[in-house]
Design a protein around this ligand. Structure first.
Ligand code: PMV
Length: 328
């Protein structure tokens, strides 16, 4: 039996957002979503069996805080239960991008952890099963298991067995780019689960938001099948703005968008007026992201870098799904 493994996974950005749960414990989404798996945003996670009496989690070189470590331990416990092996682990996890700042670090993290833990605990799982397991750690992690353009289906069963993601277009088949405008490296003020539950229970726009998601995903899937960039871009902007509208209508309101985030939204519209096809999105944090095609990416990147309030730009393209790192 292997004593240690290393797994890698990329972050992802949703073009049609997931923002609302039908089951909090199982991380079952109230609606489907659609995302791009992004290289080079990557988490590398090394897992080792240990003789300790508890799991030890080292994140980016330092002992993880109690909350994050607790989340990982409960997640690993699912693998112990399933495999009948009660051994604890030492986990070293590293991101090559800012953690917890609206860049889906939990998605890459739990996807890598799932693939690594499944191997270490000797569970032989299909990609769909890995995705459903990763979902238990963080909803969006279900999508980071798969590469390219990814559809996470809502599923209808109470146990979540049909709520997993799958790739609808492999990474090499469409040269899409995401330019992340980093506006701050500070951790975000509120976690996504709290924000979702607060919005679900207090926002009068929540129901309308959820009701619109299935049609948006269907439209995005059709746009992908025809490689209709303009249509995909329009669905993307509409989904992001609708999600933030629903957050802003919560009581008290949640506003993730900063001034610089909104400036990038306007920049994107200006680019379109100039004839460059670019569309924005933004998750539960202040980092705006611009979706464009490879042919326009350098021009968009230069304009984004010049935008005041943008401290860095990360240029991403479509990446592969999560996997094990082969030993050197
Ligand atoms: O996976 P979570 O629980 O961190 O939720 C992610 C939610 C958003 O990033 C805001 C949207 C999405 O679909 O990724």
């Amino acid at each position: 039996m292997e004593q240690q493994v290393t797994a890698v996974a990329h972050a992802n950005v949703a073009l049609v957002k997931y923002f609302g749960k039908r089951d909090v414990r199982l991380n079952l989404p109230a609606a489907p979503s659609l995302s791009l798996t992004l290289k080079p945003l990557q988490t590398t996670t090394k897992l080792m069996f240990s003789n300790d009496k508890a799991d030890v989690v080292i994140a980016n070189g330092v002992a993880a805080d109690e909350k994050f470590a607790g989340r990982i331990c409960s997640f690993l416990h699912l693998f112990r239960q399933q495999s009948g092996n009660s051994q604890f682990l030492t986990v070293h996890t590293e991101n090559n991008f800012p953690t917890a700042a609206g860049l889906a670090s939990s998605a890459a993290g739990f996807a890598a952890l799932t693939v690594g833990a499944a191997r270490l605990f000797g569970l032989s799982l299909s990609e769909s099963e890995l995705s459903a397991w990763a979902r238990r750690g963080s909803g969006s992690a279900s999508r980071s298991v798969c590469g390219g353009i990814v559809h996470w289906q809502r599923g209808g069963s109470a146990d979540g067995s049909d709520s997993f993601a799958r790739s609808i277009l492999p990474a090499g088949e469409w040269d899409l780019r995401i330019l992340v405008g980093v506006t701050t490296r500070a951790p975000k003020e509120i976690g996504s689960t709290s924000a979702m539950e607060h919005t679900r229970t207090t926002s009068p726009y929540y129901r309308a938001w959820i009701d619109s998601a299935t049609a948006a995903v269907d439209e995005a899937i059709e746009a992908v099948s025809k490689k209709d960039f303009e249509r995909l871009g329009e669905v993307t902007e509409h989904s992001a703005l609708s999600m933030h509208a629903s957050l802003m209508a919560a009581q008290p309101p949640i506003v993730f968008l900063k001034g610089a985030t909104i400036d990038v939204f306007h920049l994107t519209r200006t680019l379109r007026k100039e004839g460059i096809q670019a569309y924005f999105t933004c998750d539960a944090g202040p980092q705006p992201k611009i979706l464009c095609q490879g042919k326009d990416a350098n021009a968009v990147e230069a304009r984004l870098r010049a935008c005041s309030g943008v401290v860095d730009v990360i240029h991403c393209s479509l990446g592969e799904g999560a996997g094990l790192q082969t030993p050197e």
